[in-house]
Design a protein around this ligand. Structure first.
Ligand code: SF4
Ligand code: SF4
Length: 300
């Protein structure tokens, strides 16, 4: 929807977790606004960003803007890069026509697995995209990561979401294209260009479809529960990055890690590992990755 640029302040709230590009997306929006001589105020928090903690950015723009923060119930757009972060901020969205744009991607934090028992269910928002979108007046729920991966670059998921966002604000598509091109490295230009157009195309197709069709494509509670049902654990350690600080060894609740002769952490007792991811969360050098993968049914 490219149209007359707003003179009354408009508010866009972008939320996600560390590393997803919330701040980059806010910057792109702010630069688009500035091309039209608008005043832009931005307020952001990214304290725990490196560890998958919540990150949010309030962006307000207009001819004149007095406050940088968006009061509850006054965001014209809430853009969530992670599903439960979107739910957490839903109260900030305007009830009379605010647009909710959400990536259905779910990043379950390690401490959500409170019981640590093998195959345990995490404490995570149970609300499924299908039921939330039914409630929200103007909603776009999409698997942006999957769309970006199909284009060959999963890290461009945030640009897919920018494509959707661009269809809800009054600036032209070319404004966005030019600002994005100026703000991504040369080697990522093409991937981001494709991702932006894919986001816009997805939004146009979504608007053209019926509510029933849109809801049918979204996961319900049963599908979500199945996603996090029994898992097997794959433990991965990058030895070059491990400095042998011993934190993971000391903090593993199951005592299944140790330092080897080269003072590098290793999984000494794989059977005891529950996949709780506490070691991954606490390693200061990002040397550990714990993958909880679905258990495959044996072929009969
Ligand atoms: S916390 Fe990280 S750096 Fe420290 S011993 Fe464990 S893997 Fe190595
Ligand atoms: S090795 Fe890591 S994932 Fe496995 S139980 Fe210990 S802390 Fe949890």
């Amino acid at each position: 929807m490219a149209g007359k640029v707003a003179t009354k302040p408009r508010s866009v709230l972008i939320v996600g977790v560390g590393g997803q590009g919330v701040i980059m997306m806010s910057k792109v929006l702010a630069l688009v606004c500035q091309r039209h001589g608008l005043q832009v105020k931005q307020s952001e928090v990214h304290g725990m960003a490196k560890r998958g903690g919540g990150v949010f950015s309030h962006i307000r723009y207009g001819e004149t803007v007095s406050s940088p923060t968006i009061p509850k119930g006054e965001a014209d757009v809430l853009l969530a890069m992670e599903w439960s972060e979107g739910l957490r901020w839903l109260d900030f969205l305007r009830r009379d026509g605010g647009a909710f744009i959400a990536d259905t991607k779910r990043i379950v934090p390690p401490f959500a697995f409170r019981s640590r028992k093998y195959g345990s269910q995490p404490i995570y928002s149970p609300e499924a995209p299908r039921e939330v979108m039914e409630m929200v007046g103007s909603g776009f729920a999409l698997d942006a990561t999957k769309i970006a991966a199909e284009l060959g670059e999963p890290r461009a998921a945030n640009t897919v979401l920018l494509g959707v966002l661009s269809t809800t604000l009054e600036f032209s598509a070319d404004d966005w294209r030019e600002v994005i091109a100026q703000n991504v490295p040369a080697k990522a230009q093409e991937a981001n260009r494709l991702a932006f157009e894919a986001g816009r195309d997805w939004a146009d197709a979504s608007r053209a479809s019926t509510m029933e069709d849109r809801l049918r494509e979204l996961p319900g509670r049963d599908e979500l529960a199945a996603e996090i049902a029994p898992k097997s654990v794959q433990f991965e350690i990058t030895g070059e990055w491990c400095k042998g600080c011993d934190i993971c060894v000391k903090m593993c609740p199951e005592r299944c890690l140790r330092l080897n002769d080269e003072q590098i952490a290793e999984l000494a007792n794989p059977e005891a590992c529950t996949g709780c991811r506490i070691c991954e969360w606490l390693c200061p050098d990002f040397a550990i990755r714990v993958h909880r993968v679905p258990v495959l049914e044996p072929v009969a």
